[in-house]
Design a protein around this ligand. Structure first.
Ligand code: SAM
Length: 588
């Protein structure tokens, strides 16, 4: 990576300083978003305005918690250069492939070669199937098959298959009744005895629309036979156990998971291991790596985490290792071809760029020179919300390189201090070290933007103490709408209140002291009153609790104070007391 200026002219003190946006939003539909999943991915179109306001064209942007590399995509779209790093080898794999273009034509050719050499034959061998319909038996290639957990009835000892006792097209009820004796039990607390094939969707051999129905006896016999086949190729067997927070939160002990291989059913393992082996034989490194990028997202979709959804859109939940009770097993080759098309869509939309990606802890950026970066835009982990090392293991295991989770900046209560467990104080210390490094590498007068949100005021306080200990001074706060609710949806179902909007706090690298203020509640209330007044009685999503919380925390931090005591729950109580609540909206 070249120094801050390619032409050798030192213009670094002239870092651009245009006003920052108050509110930015991104969508989930862009080609950068759909190419590969990652928990808490930030849409690049929401990052680009910050980069444009804080750097000159061709300036250098760094993101030391780069995740999937969206800051690099945003820099490329804005005509800037980027230096990305992350602790996770899985994130580095994503960031590299999201920002390094490969010709779409060469990927289409590679798929055509795989298809003709072996993929179409293996697809037919593994996924040829048949369903019973009112008009008779229909044969064709499987698209999805639902696998349902089965339990032993504690009363009559018969097998209760969840699919058979669930109400069609309705959300699963927690309490399930045995269809033989009527004994009722809580499905979330019971260890399943089996997982059995049920509802099948296939593309008919004769063409036309997809057909759904019960698999025929012959189709089930074929699946059983494949389930007994010996694996001919390598599958990753990295251990996952109760030392991982996400293992505990996802109750994987009830799903018989001991290694990453157990995150996959047998047929997906047969297909994935062959596909990974064949991709590894491709000699053109650029094509091989781009196909590995399509593969890692395919593997995620092919895992037991892929939820059956009667309304369509079957996919795993991001940011967890949760295995549902009704799993939708896809045709892996169909998913892979689709993923390759998504990667091609990304590469066709991505301009030429200059992005370097490294694997490194944000606490130690000694490979980056002092004052060599024009702007830092970064998004560190939020307290104990998501354990990236645990979630990323599903694709890092295939890459043969799991994250060193001892260095991960999270609060981890499920491990002892001697075994890599981390308290809030540890989290704060590691964040302080990271912010010090960010401050060191950015030019004098440059900006550092940190994306953050949390419903816990103690985590907010840890973050702001880290900022202050690192010697950063707060300048402005903006609201970021990622347009991605899946993580919140999962938490909200489990009774947790999770804020939806993120804040972007932009700090100056300057030597001045900002006084600390107190009275966070008063400042929050004043800001919310002024905000509601500005809406002039009109209905708006900006009246919802999530939005108001971002306004309130932003005002407190923007005023140089700490949101002490301002957890989302406390804020909701305050709003309920002070404002009129109509449904989800608050009014003066
Ligand atoms: C909120 S995510 C970043 C998501 C990113 N903005 C995107 O658009 O994909 C936080 C990232 O911090 C990384 N991380 C955790 N501890 C780290 C450390 N010590 N050094 C560098 N990265 C770390 C995680 O692997 C994760 O990718």
């Amino acid at each position: 990576m070249a120094p801050a200026s390619k032409d050798g002219v030192d213009r670094r003190p002239l870092a651009a300083r245009l006003p920052l946006p108050n509110y930015v939003a991104g969508s989930k539909g862009g080609p950068w978003y759909t190419a590969h999943t990652y928990p808490t991915k930030i849409p690049p179109e929401a990052v680009a305005p910050f980069i444009e306001a804080s750097t000159l064209p061709d300036g250098l942007v760094a993101d030391p918690f780069c995740g999937s590399g969206m800051t690099g995509v945003a820099a490329t779209l804005a005509g800037r250069r980027a230096l990305l790093s992350d602790l996770s080898p899985g994130a580095v794999h994503l960031a590299r492939n999201h920002t390094r273009r490969v010709s779409a034509a060469s990927l289409h050719e590679a798929i055509a070669r795989l298809d003709s050499a072996w993929m179409l034959d293996v697809e037919r061998d593994l996924y040829w199937s048949s369903v019973g319909t009112e008009d008779g038996v229909v044969c064709g290639l499987m698209r999805h098959m639902v696998w349902s957990e089965a339990y032993e009835c504690a009363s009559c000892r018969s097998t209760v298959v969840l699919w058979d006792v669930a109400e069609p097209n309705r959300p699963l009820r927690r309490q399930v009744d045995c269809d033989i004796c009527g004994w009722s039990f809580d499905r979330t607390r019971r260890r399943p005895v089996d997982s059995v094939p049920r509802w099948l969707t296939l593309a008919p051999e004769s063409g036309g629309k997809l057909v759904q129905g019960d698999p025929t006896a012959d189709a089930i016999r074929r699946v059983d036979a494949i389930g007994r086949r010996r694996l001919k190729h390598w599958v990753p067997r990295v251990r996952i156990d109760s030392s991982r927070e996400m293992y505990i939160r996802s109750a994987l002990h009830l799903r018989g998971v001991r290694t990453v291989a157990d995150m996959f059913a047998h047929r997906p393992k047969v297909a994935l291991s062959r596909l990974w082996h064949e991709i590894g034989l491709i000699t053109d490194a650029a094509v091989r790596e781009a196909l590995q990028f399509a593969f890692t997202n395919t593997a995620w979709h092919a895992s037991r985490m892929r939820r059956y959804n009667a309304k369509g859109g079957q996919r795993p939940l991001t940011g967890t290792l949760f295995i549902p009770q009704l799993v939708s097993e896809p045709n892996i080759f169909e998913v892979f071809r689709h993923q390759v098309r998504q990667v091609c869509r990304l590469y066709e939309a991505l301009p030429d760029g200059d992005v370097e990606v490294a694997q490194s802890s944000a606490t130690d950026l000694r490979w980056v020179a002092d004052c060599s970066v024009d702007y830092v835009f970064t998004d560190p982990p939020f307290g104990n919300n998501i354990h990236y090392a645990d979630c990323n293991i599903v694709w890092e295991a295939w890459l043969g390189n799991p994250t060193d989770h001892d260095q991960e900046i999270v609060v981890n209560k499920s491990r002892s201090a001697t075994d890599g467990g981390k308290t809030l104080a540890d989290y704060q210390r590691l964040l302080t070290d990271s912010f010090r490094e960010a401050k060191r590498v950015v030019v004098d007068g440059g900006r550092i933007s940190v994306v953050f949100h949390n419903s816990d005021d103690a985590v907010w306080t840890a973050l702001l103490d880290a900022v202050e200990d690192a010697g950063l001074h707060q300048a402005e706060v903006s609201i970021l709408d990622k347009g991605q609710r899946s993580q919140k949806g999962y938490k909200a179902r489990r009774g947790e209140l999770v804020p939806f909007y993120d804040l972007v706090m932009t700090f100056d690298k300057a030597n001045r002291n900002t006084p600390r203020l107190n009275g966070a509640g008063e400042m929050a209330l004043d800001a919310v009153m002024a905000h509601l007044e500005s809406l002039d009685g009109k209905p708006s999503q900006a009246r919802h609790l999530d939005y108001l919380y971002s306004v309130a925390v932003g005002a407190v931090i923007g005023g140089g104070a700490r949101p002490i005591g301002l957890s989302l729950r406390a804020f909701e109580r305050m709003c309920n007391e002070r404002f009129e609540r109509i449904g989800d909206s608050f009014h003066l």
